[in-house]
Design a protein around this ligand. Structure first.
Ligand SMILES: CC(C)(COP(=O)(O)OP(=O)(O)OC[C@H]1O[C@@H](n2cnc3c(N)ncnc32)[C@H](O)[C@@H]1OP(=O)(O)O)[C@@H](O)C(=O)NCCC(=O)NCCS
Length: 185
């Protein structure tokens, strides 16, 4: 069955919005990726949880995006733009995860570059944040590679895995992104 068109495509990765029929593939991948995701995040692993997740993503202040393998359409991971605030902010906060079957191959880095193009282009955002727990080195490497700057430290910022966790605040503005696209790192 054909999926909706990709919003952006790179050499190996492509991004598109979630659909209800992604549930079986997404939750199977999430079940196989528990070790990779623990203790940083816990995406839905059941049909019921996926339906709730999709409902929470289907609001104007969130844009849920799947990172796919361009050649096959297989889901490699997801990058959600959460907490979109308009008017004078034009900002959003990223939440993301790779799936174990595709992790460590550069697909999320390429997918993130496509999400940045989408967010600073058609979505019209000016600033993206990624809030990352100290010690989550793979996550910090991902956003650093994409040009994010470490801005500060937010104690007890987010309730994750049963406790209020400190986070590092990484951010990228449209101007920083444009400068990086013009002169790739
Ligand atoms: C953070 C996370 C999404 C990164 O995903 P990933 O699969 O490692 O990201 P990539 O696909 O871009 O792979 C990057 C790695 O692949 C390597 N790589 C291998 N082949 C590559 C290629 N052809 N092109 C680019 N990179 C390649 C890179 O060197 C890089 O390694 P490094 O991280 O040691 O520097 C993943 O670790 C994850 O899901 N973690 C758990 C959930 C989580 O922490 N979410 C974020 C909460 S803030």
């Amino acid at each position: 069955m054909a999926h909706p068109p990709f919003l952006a495509q790179g050499a190996r990765a492509a991004i598109r919005r979630f659909e209800r029929r992604d549930g079986a593939e997404f939750t199977a991948l999430a079940r196989m990726s528990r070790d990779l995701h623990h203790p940083w995040l816990s995406p839905p692993t059941t049909d019921e949880a996926f339906a709730d997740y999709l409902a929470r993503l289907s609001v104007p202040d969130r844009e849920g995006l799947l990172v796919c393998v361009r050649a096959t359409g297989a889901i490699a991971g997801f990058i959600n733009v959460n907490n979109i605030v308009r008017n004078a902010f034009q900002s959003g906060a990223l939440g993301y995860g790779a799936f174990a079957s595709s992790a460590g191959r550069g697909l999320m880095s390429e997918g993130l570059a496509l999400v940045l193009r989408h967010a600073f282009g058609p979505l019209g955002l000016h600033r993206l944040e990624a809030n990352i727990q100290p010690g989550n080195e793979a996550s910090a490497r991902l956003v650093k590679r994409a040009g994010f700057r470490l801005e500060g430290y937010s104690p007890a910022f987010l309730y994750v895995n049963g406790a209020w966790r400190d986070h590092e605040r990484w951010a990228l503005t449209g101007e920083m992104w444009e400068a990086g696209v013009a002169a790739p790192r």
